[in-house]
Design a protein around this ligand. Sequence first.
Ligand code: GLV
Ligand code: MN
Ligand code: MN
Length: 415
Amino acid sequence: MPQAFSSLRINPDRMLDSFTQLAAIGATAGGGVDRPTFSEAHLAARRWFREHIEQNGFEFRADGAGNHSAFLSCGDSSAPTLILGSHLDSVPNGGRFDGALGVIAALEVLKTVRENRISLNVNLEAMDFTDEEGTLVGLLGSAALAGHLRLENLQNPRGGQERLVEGMKRAGLSDESMLSAARTKESLAGYLELHIEQGKRLERAGVNIGIVTAIVGIWSYRLSFIGKADHAGTTTMEDRRDASLGAGAFTLAARELVMRDFSNCVVNVGKMEFAPGAFNIVPARVDVSLEFRSPDEDEFNRLDKALLELAARESSRFGLELKMEFLGRHSPSLMDDKVRAAFAAACDDLGLSHMPLSSGAGHDGQSLADLCPVGMIFVPSVDGASHSPREFTKWEDCVNGANVLLQAALRLGSG
Ligand code: GLV
Ligand code: MN
Ligand code: MN
């Protein structure tokens, strides 16, 4: 890397100004943001991003999957693109940093490169990926860009098809446009993302930067335990076919199973919907939103089998019928060695401590990992809070992360 590059730094005040403007969109009373994919607040954040890109004189790009980006031509026209980015959607009642920090830092890197008139062997793109959080599908924009998206992923999304179709319409997207967003391997030099850790490991270790080694995979199902609606006062306990018993027993048993036999994995029942859903009716049906995560593909297959067997066992124990709907999978992925080395060298040059960390959260990089070199860095989350309005990272740590992102991009782009 040319000597002159190593003294470059992002502008912390300018980045804070952009971050603060964005955090006001969909802001909640608790200090977080509520911007589920294609909600009014999310669409407003997307408009803000577009206007910000254009006001700052960058080329705005949008693809058929609704991924929005700023493009900076700093290599020749045939040079591949190094994408930096994250996402502007949030979980319901989420935090200000998850996703937003990575998008704002990516744009700040482009501003810094442009104002210093730097030429690289790559062009740069600061990207906001569509529906990272999985309100609708999860990693939707990045899967489309990587060419992994299939029509069936849009036909049975975990957020419900009606909601997806309606949301895509509001954003001016369609199934056909979604499937048209794929890019070629040759067009991409890599993907880098700055993100908050969403855990306590960096804070506990007193380390500035986490260099991600691997991202867990995520599989999701809807399990329906089906019994019979009956009068809750007159039906004896023996006579009931109560769907809540299967759902509840399964949830507890799944926790025990994972803690006992799958210590690298996690399982979550994030939602149960009762039908008919009244104080005085024995539940006829409970739909369970099930998600589980593993860093390893073989372990996934074993866990999948074990969880489904467990669901079948608990449902027959209470005389219920079980329906299982598979709602999608995101594979675990390893981060690229060269990108990890570039992040480590950037930290060393900046005098920042660093450590290797795995990611228990899903991220867009896992969609892209078989297409181009991918890497991520984490900055400390105060008290590990995330997917909550309590999410907070000190601005100094955000600035450190953005400078590491800049320096790694310069290294990879000039190597
Ligand atoms: C996204 O943040 C996820 O891991 O669910
Ligand atoms: Mn995120
Ligand atoms: Mn998230």
